[in-house]
Design a binder for this molecule. Structure first.
Ligand code: B1M
Length: 213
């Protein structure tokens, strides 16, 4: 679809205002927000990722593309989260220590909200103590962790072990995700759940709490 292609191209160029405007246009034309997200914004970000990998673009260009993604997500957020359903559970989510990537984590948070979860967003570079504090002081059913770097993935294991040492592991379910994360890794570190993308993260969270889809 030409509109979605234009959204991806503007995101790749880092043109935030145009990416946002085109996303608004697409919404007005009746294109489903999930399609704008997946075939416009995420498709564009994947191209940026490939170029980043090949050293064809560098951190500043990636940051500018990320800013364009954020501004368009402002348009989609209310549409993806406005279900008006009652809270079905509470999730404390964060990107693990040493990791500053938050686009995927924010999308997961958005989809969880859309599915009816209360989301406590702990942000980026979140160490075990912050997750434990949330579990101890707030009503949390699921601790959800995101990591985008192979070097920060072990932080997920540290969080699970720290929850155990703090005596709160049994109070919560844990789930993990992020580009380098796999089901096998989740099994290895004793996480209760893994999801490959934001939409299935919401389904997995429901499954972990025994809520029928
Ligand atoms: Co970085 N970066 N980055 N980066 N960056 C990657 C991840 C990389 C794959 C790029 C590459 O080489 N191709 C590579 C990691 C290599 C590796 O470890 N395997 C990399 C690197 C190396 C780095 C730096 C080390 C670069 C440097 O400084 N030399 C550095 C590290 C900084 C740090 O974190 N300490 C760095 C920095 C950055 C920026 C700050 C410039 C920027 C982040 C901006 C921001 O997030 N606000 C950035 C970006 C944007 C990327 C890429 C291009 C895009 C990531 C993204 O947002 N994708 C990325 C390449 C790529 O992934 N294609 C790359 C879109 C997003 C929707 O997808 O985050 O995968 P994703 O989330 C998905 C799923 O993974 C899943 O659902 C989401 C939606 O479907 N998911 C979950 C995510 N969390 C989940 C949790 C769940 C369930 C599902 O349950 C709890």
């Amino acid at each position: 679809m030409a509109e979605l292609q234009a959204i991806a191209e503007n995101l790749i160029k880092g043109n935030a205002s145009e990416t946002k405007r085109l996303s608004q246009e697409a919404v007005k034309e009746g294109i489903p927000p999930e399609q704008i997200l997946n075939q416009g914004l995420i498709a564009g970000m994947n191209v940026v990722g490939e170029r980043f990998k090949k050293n064809e673009v560098y951190v500043p260009e990636v940051l500018i593309a990320a800013r364009a993604m954020h501004s368009a997500m402002d348009v989609l957020r209310p549409l993806l989260t406005s279900t008006g359903v009652q809270e079905i559970g509470s999730v404390a989510i964060g990107t693990v220590k040493g990791d500053l990537h938050d686009i995927g984590k924010n999308l997961v948070a958005m989809m969880l909200e859309g599915a009816g979860f209360k989301v406590i967003d702990l942000g980026i570079d979140v160490g075990p103590e912050k997750f434990i504090e949330a579990v101890e002081n707030q009503k949390v059913d699921i601790v959800a962790m995101s990591a985008l770097l192979t070097t920060t993935m072990p932080g997920m294991k540290t969080v699970i072990e720290s929850l155990r040492s703090a005596g709160v592991r049994e109070r919560v379910k844990t789930m993990i995700g992020g580009a380098p994360v796999t089901q096998q890794y989740a099994d290895e570190i004793g996480a209760d759940g893994y999801a490959p993308d934001a939409a299935s993260a919401a389904d997995k969270a429901k499954e972990l709490l025994g809520i029928s889809q």
